[in-house]
Ligand binder design. Structure first.
Ligand SMILES: Nc1ncnc2c1ncn2[C@@H]1O[C@H](COP(=O)(O)OP(=O)(O)O)[C@@H](O)[C@H]1O
Ligand SMILES: [Mg+2]
Length: 238
């Protein structure tokens, strides 16, 4: 197991509990998707793992290490990266400068250069526009840049909050194809998606979060066939 969330209770600042006894597991090399209605707490799960909520109970284990309560920079250094939903690039910086920002905890210039070369090979569109400001990129290109920034630190676990939101179907497929390639290179993926059907199609397992709690879980192909999931999240009629 690469990441385990056990009986997590969390909220924001001094506000009420948002997550109540939430449990998730991510194995090495898996793609796991969390689906659920708006406001169910999906983003809060990812933010809790990333150290930006107030954790009140439960544990977060990364590999053999307890990372509960660590600061975000320590969590990043432990090998976990996150792509936030929307506004996840610096619009006034160039593509290349954004990638440099993604490497902010790497000190070795040679390593940064090498990693950037890899990212440019993996995302040719970023190489093509390396000197352009991120503001002029399309939505899909910007999402590729956000993925590239997250990969600059070679994370073991990549968390993605709604990676396909606002993208046209063709571009969405390109983003999902890249996510599959990232997994093939050995990074485990935990993602949150409104677009449940497409996300589950590329996932190994899925979890349904409802009312700030786990509601259902299983192999992605079983969730895709589950009538209740179909009706509520996949737009299938009863
Ligand atoms: N920064 C915040 N401060 C206070 N409450 C928040 C914050 N972000 C989200 N919430 C609340 O947490 C609940 C879960 O939100 P969220 O995790 O964003 O759900 P989802 O991603 O499933 O749509 C909602 O009731 C929302 O209003
Ligand atoms: Mg959300």
């Amino acid at each position: 197991m690469i990441l385990e969330i056990k009986d997590l209770v969390a909220g924001y600042k001094s506000g009420p509990n948002i997550l109540h006894q939430v449990n998730f597991q991510l194995h090495a090399n898996e793609i796991v998707t969390i689906i659920g209605p708006n406001g169910a707490g999906k983003s809060t799960v990812l933010k809790s793992i990333f150290g930006i909520t107030n954790l009140r109970d439960g544990k977060i284990i990364h590999g053999s290490r307890d990372i509960t309560g660590l600061g975000t920079d320590q969590i990043i250094n432990s090998g976990i990266a996150m792509v936030m939903q929307g506004n996840n690039v610096f619009p006034d910086l160039t593509v290349e400068e954004n990638l440099d920002m993604g490497a902010f905890t790497r000190k070795n210039r040679g390593e940064i250069k090498k990693k950037k070369k890899e990212i440019f090979k993996f995302f040719p569109v970023l190489k093509k526009y390396r000197k352009k400001r991120a503001a002029v990129l399309s939505g899909g290109e910007r999402q590729m840049l956000a993925l590239g920034m997250a990969l600059m630190l070679s994370p073991e676990v990549l968390m993605l909050d709604e990676p396909s939101i606002g993208l046209a179907p063709k571009v969405m497929q390109e983003v999902f194809d890249k996510i599959l390639e990232i997994r093939e290179q050995g990074t485990a993926i935990l993602m949150v998606e409104q677009n449940a059907a497409r996300a589950l199609e590329i996932s190994d397992r899925g979890y349904v979060l409802e009312l700030e709690k786990n509601a259902l879980e299983g192999p992605a192909k079983d969730l895709l066939k589950n009538p209740r999931v179909g009706e509520l999240y996949l737009g299938k009629k009863k």
